[in-house]
Design a protein around this ligand. Sequence first.
Ligand code: BEZ
Length: 581
Amino acid sequence: MALVGVLVSLVGLGAVYLLRYELARLGLGLATYTHDAGAARQLTVPMRDGALLQTQVYLPKGGPRHPTVLIRNPYNIANVFGFVCGVFVRYGYACVHQDVRGRMGSEGEWTPLAHEREDGLDTLAWLVEQPFQDGNIALWGMSYLAAVQWAVADRLPPQVKTMVPMVFATDAYPVHYGGGMYRHEIFTAWAALMPGDSMRLDHGDEYSAAVAHRPHAEVDEKFFGRRLPWYRSWITSPNRADAAWQNPALVAFREAPRQTAVPVLMFGGWYDFFLPGQLEDFRQLATRSESRLVIGPWHHLQRSEVDQPGDIGIGGQWRQTLNWLDHHLRGAPLEGPTGVVQTYVYGEGRWRVRSAFPPPDAESRRWFLTDLARAPHCAGGTLSATTTATASVSYRYDPDDPVPAHGGATVLAFAFRTFDAVAPGPRAIDGICRRPDVLTFRSAPLAEPVRLAGSAIVDLLVSSTAPDTAFSAKLMEVRPDGTTIHVREAIRAVSYREGDGEGPPKPYLPGSKVGLALTLSAIEWTFPPGSRIRLDVSSSSFPVYHAHPNRFGPWAEQTGADVATNTVHSGSRLTLPVARD
Ligand code: BEZ
């Protein structure tokens, strides 16, 4: 009997394997395939310095020439991109997939982004000479696979007609740091993943050890198995003005959206950490009137883990992509407008299309943080329209017992097996208000819907016993049944109260009262009638951000930490841009 069971399972698996493209097509809701898959071959493409990059070419059956999609990739998931190429091929595209320099089968040394411009240009120079392409080429890919597109975007040969860069932004500094605080869940996790020439998905324990270790500057050698000069330069460069962010290659990279000549289709997710920069890239795009940005209820992997009504999902992204490629590479009619930002509205389960996001005519609505004495308890202080008499509330912040993060956008580790990671997205939060180092403020139940469209701002008046510390803010929706959902969060070190490292950090006199503005990244979110707006204020959200050690000076070089008493004063407030459209 057991043998029969095994045989039946094997036959079943075999059938799924044979039908996998058809199952994917049905699952994604795509049109019937138009082509059969033809030849696939593996070759090496020489770069200007002689390094050979491993490259696979997938062709549809029939016809000598085809419109072509180029994908350049640093991750050892060639089977995934082989499958993606298989889908393109079945719609009549040739598909070229290449391992970037120093990764997997390609020669050379990999340093993030260091060689992608030269190698990308050399690969395109090779590709336009290939007999299988018909003079209509698209660049496609997400995240690092989008970075490699921007790296060549200002020098594309005329055969490249469009780019599809997804979940990525060209300005590196604000993705690494927010208010002077390092985003461990993104880049420390990524450094743990990428120390060699292929991914280390088993580095979860090393990641957890690294985020807790001081001084952080030595975690590469201590936990990731080798010195990573690129990671060291990131963690020891907390200011935008630092050389690490101002080298000519990164400056040119930030300029790429202003310099490109081809239309661009971008997908971004409200819970993807690249979204704020991606909005800026779209705002600056030279070809914006011919381009489109679609922002869905997705995290960095372009999906939602929490069911959202009206989500177009991966299938919707594929359908738009295929129509976009058909239009730009084959002249088919384009479905949908260009020059627009298409946004998914949480709470309404529908999409809006505008020429710009955030909408410039949003109305600023303000709530003051009041009833401060009640804020350390779950019943909480109040978000109210007017402020009350002078008051303050203090809590003890211990960097060795930081507030654990839950939900949100600035996370990536969740994508890696074995990493003990913060869950992405609009997650339900439970019980965190019981911690004495979390201050909670709630509005009255809303009489009418409030549609936040843009960046909420939290202006805090604060003081601390420490020479430096941080304050964090988390915006949430409280539903009538008490379920509380993460909307947005931000943090800022007191020494970064005047900006995001455009200049050096500003010393702070312990005990003095200072203003601290926290900008929460943009989102479109409708708080329904009957719900309440909740704002928590604290000093940590770990390991989304490093735990501030309450000491002044470069965070990654701190060998210890102190406990501080941190205080929030009346006059602190929350401002929401509320949509009028
Ligand atoms: C990514 O490819 O997903 C990625 C690239 C750079 C930083 C973080 C993530």
